[in-house]
Write a protein that binds this ligand. Structure first.
Ligand SMILES: [Zn+2]
Ligand SMILES: [Zn+2]
Length: 367
């Protein structure tokens, strides 16, 4: 038994500063992997957890986006969850959401992103082994899918879009894809909006309009393929934005609108941006409770389709790695990691993300 300890950033109660706990780190058990974190992605959802907008039974270790180096393999582990051989020193990518394979969603619907028990293990005991990512060591327990990061793929590029990339990959799957030449509007330019922009661009969307702020993130959206950006700070009137979208799309509106703004008014605005027969993918409203006034007959009369999507499935994690491996040289993915923090400074990381100062912030224990 190796003697190890590791730090972890713990959310004890909403709106309280994160606490740094040092705990012993045990060797991995059978089927488990012990991994040393290099990148814990800081996600907007973590800010919602911290503010108590999505209540968590605390205390919990924060972080659900991780890249780490394998420190020890438990008995019986020789490959990742796609059959790729793994060894000590390899980098792995995972999300701490393990499908239970024993619920209606997992076994009858066959869609583990809707698993009723997926979160049970994530928000478990903050004292024991953790699969979270604001920490020195993660213990990837048996049954938690993880994938080896290809050697030619930088960790920064993998973490840059965090959980947003697999989430959007599932979103596009549910949407039914985007044909080359289709007009697309993306509402929002945080990591979810940027992932939507990149994937829409790779699908051949044109024009590809991104609505959001601040300018720094819109500049990244342009690098990821946006043909037009509308800064909501310069153009605060939704009606003016809708008029601009009509103009850009030849008067029709967009064939596809992707909501990645995470704020309620975006939904009503999005309905004003869609073309007849268009589709509206809702990705960002997961942690935005509330109601909004809309005119439902628009859905009827314009033959609209509104599609929701939440979280992702293991195949989308794997596909995210494929997208990053194939395209990280062409698009400045790694450069989207703009802020790095020690575990001790996790609180500052959350606050910087809350102030929208970052494109992507990571907890980087090794630095
Ligand atoms: Zn996330
Ligand atoms: Zn399940």
């Amino acid at each position: 038994m190796t003697q190890r300890t590791g730090k972890r950033a713990v959310l004890v109660a909403a709106n309280q500063p994160l606490e740094i706990w040092e705990r012993p780190v045990a060797d991995p058990g059978p089927g488990e992997v012990l991994a040393r974190l290099t990148h814990g992605g800081v996600c907007g959802t973590d800010v919602h957890f911290w503010r108590g907008e999505v209540p968590l039974p605390g205390p919990v270790v924060l972080g659900h986006e991780g890249v780490a180096v394998i420190e020890m393999l438990g008995a019986g582990v020789s490959t990742d969850y796609a059959g790729t051989p793994v060894a000590v020193g390899d980098r792995v990518y995972w999300q701490p959401v393990a499908p239970c394979q024993r619920c209606y969603a997992c076994t009858v619907l066959g869609d583990v992103s809707m698993c009723e028990n997926a979160f049970a293990g994530v928000f478990g005991n903050a004292d024991g082994p953790t699969t979270a990512s604001y920490c020195d060591y993660a213990t990837l327990r048996a049954g938690l899918p993880f994938y080896r990061v290809p050697d030619d793929t930088p960790s920064d590029a993998v973490i840059a879009l965090g959980c947003a990339l697999p989430t959007m990959l599932q979103g596009l799957e549910r949407l039914g894809g985007i044909r080359p030449g289709m007009s697309v509007v993306v509402q929002g330019c945080g990591p979810v909006g940027l992932a939507a922009t990149l994937l829409a661009h790779l699908s051949g969307a044109a024009p590809l309009v991104v609505i959001g702020a601040p300018a720094r993130r819109l500049a990244v959206a342009q690098q990821f393929g946006a043909t037009h950006t509308l800064n909501v700070e310069d153009l605060p009137d939704p009606a003016a934005r809708a008029a601009r979208v009509r103009q850009i799309t030849g008067g029709h509106g967009a064939d596809v609108v992707i909501e990645a703004a995470g704020v309620l008014p975006a939904f009503a605005e999005g309905l004003q941006l869609i073309a007849r027969g268009g589709r509206y993918l809702i990705v960002g409203l997961w942690s935005a409770p509330g109601t909004v006034a809309v005119e439902p007959r628009m859905i009827n009369n314009l033959n609209l389709r509104i599609i929701g999507t939440a979280l992702s499935q293991p195949r989308h994690l794997y596909q995210a790695l494929q997208v990053v491996q194939a395209h990280h040289r062409r698009f400045p993915l790694a450069a989207a990691v703009t802020h790095r923090y020690r575990i001790e400074d996790s609180q500052q990381a959350l606050e910087a993300v809350a102030r929208l100062e970052t494109v992507k912030a990571v907890i980087a224990p090794a630095t």
